[in-house]
Design a protein around this ligand. Structure first.
Ligand code: NAD
Length: 278
């Protein structure tokens, strides 16, 4: 299984498809990550707050896969943005993962009421310079948050990881990022199973036309849009299904029909709004 790579503005490449472990129980994480690695995934997306970095680390070690073939992302949690907390937090995450560096380290949410995300960003840039993270980026940042770090730092985030799926496309934000070379990582690429995407007639029709599942069609739509995705499942069959999307291509009409599912006014959002997380 060859997963395409995207070039980041940091000079490093990232596999366009990975495996996300949000809400994977700590006790199940090693097994699920090993299932994903066996299925061909090489990119794992975790976070300190997921409580499962140790399980990810155990799976990476047990897999025997060379470090330079793996791509590991983790994230700085909200209550650790100020002072020297980011320095302690990355050391803890690396210890749990059993790694001397991550490939990508993200500020998880801007938490604007805390007033510390610009400082946190500057610490991430220092971690990049120290070799603790190859690339650094942000998550759930809106345009004003990106502008705020741009006023204080010459380093642009390599990625912005945001909720994005056919019902919630955030086009103004993604266009803004595209113009500045900030890659988009789509979290909740399948709508977290909360939005009934997989029954949408346009998606069901494309799935039938290509002999693929509705989930595969949605993931393929993201890939052809140039985004990075890491769908989550603990079901080994679905883990394999979600990476088996590189042997077909959606037509321009399929792509347009799926893009037309964006719900006006941002009403298709299934997760938290970045201004509400503090
Ligand atoms: P997702 O859209 O990947 O949905 C996961 C759910 O979709 C599963 O629980 C399952 O019910 C269903 N599913 C998975 N594969 C399927 C298939 N083949 N067929 C049918 N149903 C299927 O949602 P997610 O887990 O929230 O997002 C993916 C990853 O994004 C996370 O694991 C995490 O790594 C990341 N994430 C980041 C943030 C953030 O704030 N930065 C927030 C949420 C998630």
């Amino acid at each position: 299984m060859t997963v395409p790579e995207i070039s980041l503005n940091s000079g490093f490449n990232i596999p366009q498809l990975g495996y996300g472990v949000f809400k994977v129980d700590a006790a199940d994480t090693e097994r699920s990550v090993l299932d994903a690695l066996e299925a061909g995934y090489r990119h794992i997306d975790t976070a300190a707050i997921y409580g499962n970095e140790e399980g990810v680390g155990r799976a990476l070690a047990a897999s025997g896969i060379a470090r330079d073939e793996l791509y590991v992302t983790t994230k700085l949690w909200n209550n650790r943005q100020a002072g020297d907390e980011p320095d302690k937090a990355i050391a803890e995450s690396l210890g749990k993962l059993g790694l001397d560096h991550v490939d990508l380290y993200l500020v998880h949410w801007p938490t604007p009421e805390r007033g510390a995300f610009v400082h946190a960003w500057q610490r991430l840039v220092a971690f990049r310079d120290q070799g603790l993270a190859r690339s650094v980026g942000v998550s759930n940042f809106l345009i004003p948050h990106l502008e705020a770090i741009g006023r204080e730092s010459d380093v642009r985030p390599a990625v912005n990881q945001i909720e994005l799926h056919p019902a919630y496309q955030q086009r103004e934000l993604t266009d803004w990022c595209a113009q500045r070379g900030i890659a988009i990582e789509a979290w909740g690429p399948l709508g977290q199973g909360k939005y009934p995407l997989l029954e949408e007639p346009a998606i069901v029709a494309a799935a039938a036309a290509h002999g693929k599942s509705a989930a595969q069609v949605v993931l393929r739509w993201h890939i052809q849009e140039g985004r990075i995705v890491f769908p989550k499942s603990t079901n080994p069959d679905r883990i394999r299904e979600n990476i088996d999307i590189f042997d077909f291509e959606l037509s321009a009409d399929d792509m347009a029909a799926i893009s037309a599912l964006d719900v006006p006014g941002g009403a298709g959002r299934v997760g938290s709004h970045p201004l509400d997380v503090n």
